[in-house]
Design a protein. Structure first.
Length: 255
């Protein structure tokens, strides 16, 4: 079935909402309305894409409405939107079966976004799910027009992909925060680590990570492990201990 899109609205004004607004406006789609509980960021987003900011969510009307809000707010938001609109929410975890609206689907970008990169070129896939063929047709047309790669997944598959992504992105980034904070506390020039960080991610992409593993836990070097633990305290010590135990166990050792 062939579909065309006349107008779009966006609910939310966070990083994902800004990303959706950016890719749509770049391709000339008519984003007619923006609504956000945060009126400051909502008005900023609406102004940026030359759209109307709508104070009350019940006043939002558009052919397609993207709901880019916290998971806990998705169902409440959808309940206030027109049943005739095609609704896409952008969550990695909310089960589509839990949403009562019939013309509803998932448009989940598998990528990390921050205020500094939501307008960067997007090279991730969009994970799609739909309640009916009409929603599917709109989703496929959007991906085609926006030149986005996509994969149709079930809610269970999407949740598992999201789980893996938390390890591969959120946790890795948190570990980097800890490492760089430790360096700053010790007045170490963090630029020393740039080649190491670059090489680490290059190896992850090019080789099996289990074959890349190195370091004292891989070697079962308890002397260095204990020296490191003695230098740490609080949360960083707990995390060092947990990850060291995991690496040791993976290689048949115990702490």
């Amino acid at each position: 079935m062939s579909v065309s899109i006349h107008d779009i609205a966006i609910i939310g004004s966070g990083n994902v909402a800004n990303f959706i607004a950016h890719i749509l406006s770049e391709k000339g789609f008519n984003i007619r309305q923006v609504h956000s509980r945060n009126s400051i960021t909502g008005k900023n987003l609406a102004s940026k894409i030359k759209s109307e900011f709508i104070e009350e969510i019940t006043a939002v009307t558009a052919e397609i409405i993207f709901i880019a809000v916290h998971d806990q707010q998705i169902e409440k938001s959808i309940a206030k939107l027109p049943k005739s609109s095609i609704l896409f929410y952008t969550s990695g975890t909310v089960d589509l079966a839990s949403i009562s609206a019939e013309n509803c689907g998932v448009f989940y970008p598998l990528q990390t976004f921050s205020k500094s990169n939501y307008n960067a070129p997007f090279d991730g896939p969009i994970l799609l799910e739909h309640k009916n063929d009409l929603v599917r047709d709109y989703a496929l047309m959007l991906c085609s027009e926006l030149k986005l790669s996509f994969q149709i997944t079930s809610s269970e598959e999407r949740k598992n992909i999201h789980l893996c992504a938390v390890f591969l992105n959120n946790f890795i980034n948190h570990i980097a925060c800890i490492g760089l904070d430790l360096a700053k506390e010790r007045k170490i020039d963090i630029s020393l680590f740039t080649p190491l960080i670059r090489k680490t991610f290059e190896n992850i992409l090019l080789h099996n990570p289990s074959e890349n593993q190195s370091g004292p836990a891989k070697r079962n070097d308890k002397t260095i492990i204990n020296e490191h633990l003695a230098l740490l305290n609080g949360n960083s010590k707990t995390i060092y201990h947990l990850i060291t135990e995991s690496i040791l166990a993976q290689n048949g050792y115990e702490l």
